[in-house]
Design a protein around this ligand. Structure first.
Ligand SMILES: *Cc1c(COP(=O)(O)O)cnc(C)c1O
Length: 393
């Protein structure tokens, strides 16, 4: 499918489909269904749809197919299936591949909704799930069993930015025949080397860096053609989590500029982390690009960049964090990430509010922690904004 192009060329051109009008920009095929030239064509297509033959938008659509082809090409998987949101991708991939009696091992530091799917939903249907500290290779080894069907992990983790050694986990998981499923939002498709390191299935919330401007929800499951078309597609097309053609068009255009945006945001995140490390009001600056980060070497080996998110742990706890947040003039207080606008979040009282205090403590989600998704503003302005915030503490 993918031509012998570099990542940036694929991000601009891969998957584009031109109609008979020869439009330059990708067309939005905003249609729920497709017309067949005659009854026997309809019969044949229902039996087995060929490439670029569509039946119903819940099954597939030309604009959605262009997005799937583009993301699969840069991720390095044979195929991809686009979904209505990142969570439709996570829940869809897991529900499609698992059945009662299966065992799953997952890292514990997960996005809240992922934790809900693994802990509350899968277990309701008889799937057994073991949670481990994802940074502890021995813990993965101890939890894996001959009947382990899948491992699930997020690396880099949210909001403490732990980096899991993906190649090590994949080696251990493959030894028992388990499928390695990675929620790869924080690595972003621009920096991902997940497939090369052994991931079988790579999932993105396209809502984050792929859109990159905070407009639309979307998600995607990347994997082998066999897995996407024989396992994921039947489940997704009958349960209804399809990506709308309009949102696919937004994501397709987001991919065009993804590499430039993410690299600029990561360079800015690195500069901010370095500028603020050692600040008297801060107990810790967490960013995988800092030499002080406990998994800096793993991050350097497994990603082409260190990501666009950093966390600041204020010594003064919740009150200090709130004062700092309220004083920011550029970064907005919200909970998305990967946006062109810098976004600051207080995880303990928002995204991770519902976690019991012991679990928050175990995950390092302290009362003083602020997560910052670095946008495309001038780096110097962002550093000045954060210094102003810290001065108010
Ligand atoms: C945002 C996010 C999701 C969920 O994505 P939605 O598009 O909001 O459904 C899943 N995993 C991670 C790591 C995320 O950051």
């Amino acid at each position: 499918m993918a031509k012998d192009w570099g990542r940036r060329t694929k991000l601009v051109h891969q998957g584009a489909r031109r109609s008979q009008y020869g439009e330059v920009a990708e067309a939005i095929y905003l249609t729920q269904g497709f017309v067949y030239p005659d009854a026997s064509t309809a019969e044949a297509r229902f039996l087995e749809a060929g490439p670029d033959e569509f039946i119903y938008a819940r099954y597939g659509n030309p604009t959605v197919a262009a997005f799937e082809e583009r993301i699969a090409a840069i991720e390095g998987t044979e195929d991809a299936f686009a979904t209505a949101s990142g969570m439709a991708a996570v829940s869809g991939a897991l529900m499609a591949m698992l059945r009662a009696g299966d065992h799953v091992v997952s890292s514990r530091a997960l996005f809240g909704s992922c934790l809900y799917v693994l802990e509350e939903v899968l277990t309701r249907y008889g799937v057994e799930v073991s949670f481990v500290d994802g940074t502890d290779g021995d813990a993965w080894q101890a939890a894996l069993r001959p009947d382990t069907k899948a491992v699930f992990l997020e690396t880099v983790s949210n909001p403490t930015l732990d980096v899991i050694d993906l190649a090590d986990v994949a080696r251990r998981a493959h030894a028992v025949g388990a499928t390695v499923v990675v929620d790869n939002v924080f690595a972003t498709p621009a920096f991902s080397r997940a497939v090369e390191l052994g991931a079988d299935v790579v999932i993105y919330s396209a809502t984050k860096h792929i859109d990159g401007q905070g407009r639309a929800l979307g998600g995607v499951i990347c994997g082998s053609r066999e897995f996407i078309r024989r396992t994921v597609e039947p489940y997704m097309k009958h349960t209804g989590g399809a990506l709308s053609p309009f949102n696919a068009w937004i994501m397709l255009n987001g991919l065009t500029t993804l590499d430039l945006r993410v690299r600029a945001q990561a360079a800015s995140a690195q500069a901010i982390a370095e500028a603020l490390e050692g600040h008297p009001k801060l107990a810790r600056v967490l960013y995988p690009g800092l030499k002080s980060h406990p998994q800096h070497a793993i991050a350097a080996a497994q990603m082409d960049g260190f990501g666009t998110v950093l966390s600041l742990d204020l010594k003064g706890g919740k009150e200090a964090a709130f004062r700092c947040l309220d004083a920011l003039e550029i970064a907005v207080i919200s909970n998305n990430l990967g946006d062109a606008r810098s976004i600051a979040t207080h995880p303990a009282t928002t995204t991770h509010q519902r976690l019991p205090d012991e679990l928050k403590a175990a995950l390092g989600i302290t009362p003083g922690l602020i997560r910052l998704s670095v946008g495309l503003e001038d780096t110097d302005d962002l550093i000045a904004d954060l210094r102003r915030g810290l001065d108010r503490v």
